[in-house]
Design a protein around this ligand. Structure first.
Ligand code: FNR
Length: 191
């Protein structure tokens, strides 16, 4: 099975982006054979400070996070937009796993966003740009942008996805990520 780690750029309890991840885990379980999605919490990571790197080792929470990334074949980012860019917690997680040796390399990835504005699009292209340096290979289509607050409500008060149409769009992203992950297997696209 393709092992996918899912990361959420929002730390708040009722995060709609984490709601998208919960829905993605369900969809994969119910209807995508050969795809396992695991949510990995980035909130325990300290703010990156290379003083915390001692003799090539990282703080325990960072080591555990890096291992999860290393063991995954693909990554699903649920990335809200803060000030037209990615959130600080997500950038911090990207940076910790980029520290030597970079554990993001040659993995397939996809982005979904629930944001407050029209499409939360700009931050996705920043995340793609970071991926160029980290050697992450994002699928290009289908793109997934969601305005969390535009009626009719897409999420309930706990941040759980309640909109069927959005669920179908999320499934399309997962199917594309699954297919691309299989295609990427065994290729070292760049190195
Ligand atoms: C935001 N929000 C936001 N939305 C957007 O579309 N474009 C933006 O530039 C910003 N900027 C921004 C900055 C800060 C500091 C906060 C806290 C929020 C709204 C944000 O994307 C929205 O609250 C999302 O729903 C957050 O995702 P969760 O927490 O629901 O997963």
């Amino acid at each position: 099975a393709v092992k996918v780690v899912a990361l959420c750029g929002s730390l708040r309890k009722n995060s709609t982006n984490r709601g998208l991840i919960r829905a993605a885990i369900e969809i994969a379980k119910e209807s995508i054979d050969g795809m396992e999605i695991e949510y990995v919490d980035i909130s325990p990571l300290p703010m990156l400070n290379t003083d915390l790197e001692v003799d090539g080792t990282y703080p325990p929470a960072v080591e555990a996070f890096r291992r999860k990334i290393l063991e995954a074949e693909s990554v699903l980012f649920a990335s809200p937009e803060y000030n037209y860019s990615v959130t600080a917690p997500l950038k911090n997680a990207l940076d910790w796993a980029s520290r030597p040796p970079n554990v993001w390399g040659n993995k397939a990835a996809a982005i979904v966003s629930s944001s407050g504005g029209s499409r939360g699009a700009r931050s996705q292209y920043h995340l793609r740009q970071i991926g160029v340096f980290l050697d992450l290979h994002f699928i290009n289509k289908p793109e997934f942008f969601l305005n969390a607050y535009q009626p009719p409500p897409k999420f309930d008060s706990h941040g759980d996805l309640i909109d069927r149409e959005v669920r179908e769009k999320l499934k399309a992203v997962l199917l594309a990520l699954h297919a691309f992950s299989l295609r990427l297997r065994g290729t070292s696209v760049v190195n």
